[in-house]
Design a protein. Structure first.
Lengths: 117, 107
């Protein structure tokens, strides 16, 4: 069974940093691209960032480009999202999602991030 | 970025009804569109990919159609567990984008 478990969320002040992690199990991690998708409270889904199976290619939403960095450690079956210069508008539930044959075919339960002074 | 516009934003229907949700892309995306279902407090679930391919395990009352810029999600006979929010998503090009969602509730 595919499992994705996010961690690392929390409450931080604007301008601070946070690192999210996603532990994957139940599938061959390095066969898949991986993504982060977020959902602000009461709002819709927003794709944040994606990384290829070997980490050689990364992409970001314009809203986070230059502030967020996606990475992975295939030896540890783990995905990461380093977030710096956090803003109140980054407040959201952050989901880790597997990039299936074409799109997000498995999701974690999310880790919440709150940015507030 | 490719924009996706869903309609309606909300919809009230009854068990057994047939409903259709539309998704329009701001430019042609071939068939690179997916549909997700999200229930309150839960992660989204993939229903349809490649515009019309049913994800494994998804009931056959769900179907998708369309290509280019216009797409539809149809539920042929609503069941109680289908009341949720539905999102379309394009994977034609980065940045991947979602529609704003369609909330389906019980009439």
């Amino acid at each position: 069974e595919v499992q994705l478990v996010e961690s690392g969320g929390g409450s931080v002040q604007p301008g601070r940093s946070l690192r999210l992690s996603c532990a994957a199990s139940g599938f061959t991690f390095d066969d898949y691209a991986m993504h982060w998708v977020r959902q602000a409270p009461g709002k819709g889904l927003e794709w944040v960032s994606g990384i290829s199976w070997n980490g050689g290619s990364t992409d970001y939403a314009d809203s986070v480009d230059g502030r967020f960095t996606i990475s992975r450690d295939n030896a540890k079956n783990s995905l990461y999202l380093q977030m710096i210069s956090l803003r109140p508008e980054d407040t959201a539930l952050f989901y880790c999602a597997r990039g299936g044959r074409v799109t997000f075919d498995s999701w974690g339960q999310g880790t919440p991030v709150t940015v507030s002074s | 970025a490719i924009q996706l516009t869903q309609s309606p934003s909300s919809l009230s229907a009854s068990v057994g009804d047939r409903i259709t949700v539309t998704c329009r892309a701001s430019q042609g995306i071939s068939s690179t569109l997916a549909w997700f279902q999200q229930k309150p407090g839960k992660a989204p679930k993939l229903l349809i990919y490649d515009a019309s391919s049913l994800e494994s395990g998804v009931p056959s009352r769900f179907s998708g159609s369309g290509s280019g810029t216009d797409f539809t999600l149809t539920i042929s006979s609503l069941q109680p567990e289908d009341f949720a929010t539905y999102y379309c998503q394009q994977f034609n090009s980065y940045p991947f984008t979602f529609g704003q969602g369609t909330r389906l509730d019980i009439k």
